[in-house]
Design a binder for this molecule. Structure first.
Ligand code: ZN
Length: 166
């Protein structure tokens, strides 16, 4: 496996050992890891402490993140995708994109290259966590914008209706 995705998975597993959600990320510049992070939603009781944000906080760069690639075990959400767009990260490589609402289109619409490795290892890690922590996971989902949890077809219909109303 890609050594950088392996490092992101190691971060996710560290988080799991701490009682947290197993999502990990690393930031890579010129073939070198310059930051690591993991989701600390549970550990720090902070809903903004996603793996990618934690990673960027540990990789503060003079002049910005322009020539970096972000590796994450899960496709970034809108919060993290916002940071990717804001700081001009060029490329995002993810382990999977199925376990939670994600912002792939948003990043791509800003010219960011997004690669989904679709790794069973990453999916299983999240599926197992969600299965064992169903009530907690539902609490996390309840914090989100409900629009993100709707099936895409229904979302499109809502847009359509909204336009008709205007
Ligand atoms: Zn996020």
């Amino acid at each position: 496996m890609d050594i950088f995705m392996r490092a992101a998975i190691e971060e996710a597993l560290k988080g799991l050992q701490e009682g947290g959600v197993p999502i990990g990320a690393v930031l890579v510049e010129n073939g070198r890891i310059i930051g690591r992070g993991r989701n600390k939603r549970v550990q720090e009781q902070d809903q903004l402490m996603h793996a990618e944000i934690d990673c960027l906080r540990h990789a503060r760069l003079k002049g910005g993140y322009h020539d970096t690639t972000l590796y994450s075990t899960l496709m970034p959400c809108f919060l993290c995708a916002g940071a990717v767009v804001q700081f001009g990260i060029k490329k995002v490589v993810v382990g999977e994109a199925k376990s939670a609402p994600a912002a792939r289109d948003f990043m791509q619409s800003h010219g960011i290259e997004v690669m989904d490795l679709d790794l069973p290892e990453c999916r299983q890690m999240m599926e197992e966590y969600i299965r064992k922590n169903g009530a907690l996971w539902n609490e996390f989902l309840a914090e989100l914008n409900p629009d993100l949890l709707r099936p895409p077809e229904i979302g499109k219909e809502t847009d359509h209706n909204l336009k008709n109303d205007l």
